[in-house]
Ligand binder design. Structure first.
Ligand code: SAH
Length: 456
């Protein structure tokens, strides 16, 4: 196979990033936007010895799983990877990804996996599910401001104010901002020159409270003629918080270090289940509140609390899972590395009048061993929700030493999850249940919850 070769190929598999995989005379081709079951014409862009990457030129026979994407920019935009695959098939893909990793990395047999896997928790409405969007601003050829999303793996902006994953209010808010910029000759920030003012618009929407937040990230300290923007934005029902976040750094971090209120208050409020959260422009908050409630519900179900337990929630972020667990436990301890997140966690505990939760700032693999060795702390149940790289072995070893009767593992990367449950499995913890909860429809992200029980 050589570069620029044109081939006809049937897509027989799905790669980890959702790309189609096909074979031509034993040679493997990875083809973005091709759906399993399609027969496509593709052009080889990069040819290695045994495999290559090809560009989808034409769908010759569409797959039964191929659907019309809702968004006209689905292929180019970096936000979605598999919008052209039916949602039901996306869920099968995610389920299989977890199974594959449990088998290859976790060392489980197919029969064992069949016994523990529960059906995927999918979304009822797989569009319009995101409560947060960060739209970058740029300038089109004629010099007008535009906003939209980055094309995959680049910083080229695709002008689109109507992302299919976001809430419908985004469009109106963005049009108001663009009009304000045009009328007042306010320029978008230019990454190359470091000039221009408007960098990003952060929009958040409380699904339960219907409160809206708009935060403009600006390359400067002041927003000129801000009153003209505010006057338009506050016409939108639910507008609660309008802020700016100055960011004059020349890196890729979106938000500035602080924010300033232009109108209303500095935060919106929302609920996950019965737990209330205050969300500022700089707070972390789960982006899919409907599925988050199901995910945390699952974590709570797997924790199987009766009310007298001591629970540790490692990698607790702003304490969302901790507060969820605290509704059913005697005492919950949260551990998180980011100090600001713990400030939010404590504030949220107070907001909900919960006095059976306390938080530690630090690394799980340092705080937990220290607390265990110095103070012989105890746990009936330990919940972990680590970043993609999974748990540190010191953390896992300490869990094993503490010997809780149950471990609930929430994971955003099923490869490191499989590695860690294997490690725990070799040390007495048996996997009882595994369930995928889809948090990010049309992307290839997979969220998994696992229940492990201590044997003997
Ligand atoms: N459970 C939270 C957040 C999970 S995301 C929620 O559901 O909202 C993973 C979190 O782990 C992040 O907040 C990250 O800051 C934190 N983190 C990363 N490495 C860590 C470590 N070594 N020890 C403790 N926390 C860590």
């Amino acid at each position: 196979m050589n570069k620029n070769d044109i081939v006809t190929v049937e897509i027989t598999d799905i790669g980890v990033s959702g790309e189609g995989i096909g074979h031509v005379d034993g040679y493997t081709l990875f083809i973005k936007d091709a759906v399993i079951g399609d027969v496509v014409e593709a052009k080889v862009m990069k040819a290695k010895k045994n495999y290559g990457y090809a560009r989808l030129m034409k769908v010759i026979t569409p797959s039964e799983y191929r659907v019309e994407p809702k968004c006209a920019f689905a292929r180019r935009c970096g936000g979605c990877q598999i919008q052209e695959m039916s949602y039901d098939r996306q869920l099968v893909f995610k389920d299989q990804k977890i199974r594959g990793n449990l088998e290859r990395i976790g060392g489980f047999t197919k029969d064992q996996i069949d016994t523990v896997m529960q059906p995927v928790v999918g979304m009822e409405h797989p569009f319009g599910y995101r409560n947060k969007a960060q739209f970058p601003f740029g300038t089109e050829k004629e010099g007008n401001p535009i906003t939209g999303f980055y094309a995959g793996r680049t910083h080229d902006i695709i002008a689109n104010t109507d992302c299919a994953l976001g809430v419908e209010q985004n469009k109106e808010i963005l049009e108001i901002i663009l009009q304000y910029m045009r009328e007042n000759k306010i320029k978008s920030y230019d990454e190359k020159t470091g000039k221009g003012l408007i960098r990003h618009a952060l929009i958040r929407y409380g699904f339960k409270t219907k409160e809206i937040m708009v935060c403009l990230v600006i390359n400067g300290k002041k927003l000129p003629k801000a009153e003209r923007l505010i006057e338009k934005l506050i016409q939108i029902e639910g507008m609660t918080s309008i802020t700016i976040s100055p960011n004059t750094r020349r890196d890729n971090v979106i938000m500035g270090d602080s924010y300033e209120i232009l109108w209303g208050q500095g935060y919106i409020t929302d609920y996950i289940g019965n737990v209330k959260y205050q969300i500022s422009p700089l707070s972390f908050y789960q982006v899919n509140p409907v599925q988050t409630e199901k995910l945390y519900g699952l974590a709570l179900e797997y924790a199987d609390l009766k009310g007298d337990e001591t629970v540790w929630d490692l990698y607790c972020g702003i304490g969302t899972i901790s507060l969820f667990l605290a509704q059913k436990a005697k005492q919950v301890y949260g551990v998180e590395i980011v100090p600001q997140a713990i400030e939010d966690a404590r504030a949220n505990a107070r907001l909900n009048g919960m006095d059976n939760v306390s938080f530690f700032v630090g690394k799980a693999e340092e705080v937990l061993p220290e607390q265990y060795e110095k103070h012989q702390v105890y746990a009936d149940v330990i919940v972990v929700d680590p970043p993609r790289k999974g748990c540190d072995t010191v953390c896992l070893d300490t869990i094993v030493k503490m010997g809780p009767k149950r471990v609930v593992y929430v994971s955003c990367d099923s490869a490191t999850l499989a590695r860690d449950v294997k490690y725990l499995g070799e040390r007495g913890y048996q996997v009882e249940k595994v369930r995928c909860c889809d948090m990010f429809g049309h992307s290839t992200h997979v969220e998994t919850v696992v229940k492990l029980e201590r044997k003997n």
